[in-house]
Design a protein around this ligand. Structure first.
Ligand code: MRU
Length: 339
């Protein structure tokens, strides 16, 4: 396969490499993702993360394994193992459905490779279209708030919600960005803060619990988040903590926008209640681990609740900003996402 490079994925010498998103921003380590076990391990550990990126990494790996001589049966098994690597982000399943069609072609090696590269290129374009559509909604002098990480690290392009923010900043409309640190795994504090710094966009990092008082004091003009799955009724699964922001936004009458590619839409999922929510290890809540080492502050064997995502009901969302344009609450209520 040709050499390929996104912010956090590389194909070189016919092998897949990932930028370790757990070590960022202190260390920039490119790790091998040369077989299914390695990539699934990276996905479980969130070294590869973000809804679009996990789908793209799995698709590229399948294509590379095919080029290296894996049989159709072996690839079919690999595809199902990769599909199960994380349950909530539907981009993984959607991308792998397309790879499965390619695997059924007579020349599956060429078909898989073409499809994986097409998915990467499409994702770049989807991000661009989202940024264009979303930035039109950003008012001059905006103080925006975002949660988790939805930038170039999580996609093949400029990102989703963060792509909107970056485009609006280029247009001179962003005064500053409030970055939720995003406990427990700190994607905001580690990754979004780093990306905004690289883009020279002014930001201030906050602990998640500080968002309410900022809204109450009139310091947030709009909230922009990404999505891991959008149900047919418009409910949105996204990083844990998103729902609290949406409730707060409604109370304070602040627009709350979700930015995502159409590959995040799951028309078969009737509502948020049908979206599987990943439960994660207790150790993520009892302490913190990173490139600096690990520390535990909770008592040994503390009982923990640790869902990775929550569901924001459609009724709290001001607009779904897709690559196809802005979808209004009226359109969602009229069934535009229904099968
Ligand atoms: O657990 P993560 O870090 O993969 O969660 C990521 C999110 O919730 C993002 O908002 C979502 O995947 C969109 S990324 C463009």
């Amino acid at each position: 396969m040709q050499t390929l490079r996104t912010t956090s994925l590389q194909v070189r010498d016919n092998q897949l490499w990932i930028l370790d998103q757990q070590a960022l921003p202190q260390q920039k380590n490119w790790l091998p993702a040369h077989d299914v076990a390695q990539l699934v391990g990276h996905i479980h550990a969130l070294r590869v993360r973000g809804a679009p990126l996990i789908g793209l990494s799995a698709s590229l790996l399948l294509a590379l394994l095919a080029e290296a001589g894996a049989s159709r049966d072996a690839l079919s098994q690999a595809l199902e193992v990769l599909r199960a690597a994380r349950p909530t982000a539907v981009n993984l399943m959607n991308n792998l459905d397309r790879m499965k069609l390619a695997l059924a072609q007579p020349d599956f090696v060429a078909a898989l490779s073409q499809e994986a590269l097409r998915l990467v290129e499409e994702d770049r374009q989807l991000c661009d279209s989202i940024a264009e559509a979303g930035s039109a909604l950003v008012q001059p002098e905006s103080r925006l708030l975002t949660h988790c990480n939805t930038g170039g690290l999580a996609t093949a392009g400029v990102g989703t919600a963060l792509g909107v923010i970056a485009r609006a900043h280029q247009q001179g409309k962003v005064a500053s960005v409030w970055v939720d640190e995003t406990r427990p795994l700190l994607q905001g504090g580690r990754l979004t803060a780093w990306e905004l710094g690289e883009l020279a966009i002014p930001y201030r990092l906050i602990a998640d619990a500080m968002a309410a008082s900022l809204m109450a004091s009139g310091q947030v003009d709009a909230i922009w988040v990404g999505a891991d799955r959008i149900a047919a009724n418009g409910d949105v699964a996204n990083k844990i903590g998103t729902y609290s922001l949406a409730v707060l936004a409604r109370y304070h009458q602040i627009p709350f926008y979700v930015a995502a590619p159409h590959t995040t839409l799951d028309r078969q999922c009737a509502s948020g209640r049908d979206i599987p929510i990943e439960q994660r290890a207790a150790s993520e809540v009892t302490g913190v681990a990173g490139s600096f080492g690990s520390v535990q502050w909770a008592p040994e064997n503390a009982a923990v609740y640790n869902p990775a995502f929550d569901v924001t009901p459609a009724a709290l969302i001001s607009g779904w900003v897709l690559d196809t344009g802005v979808v209004t609450p009226e359109a969602v209520a009229a069934g535009v996402f229904q099968p």
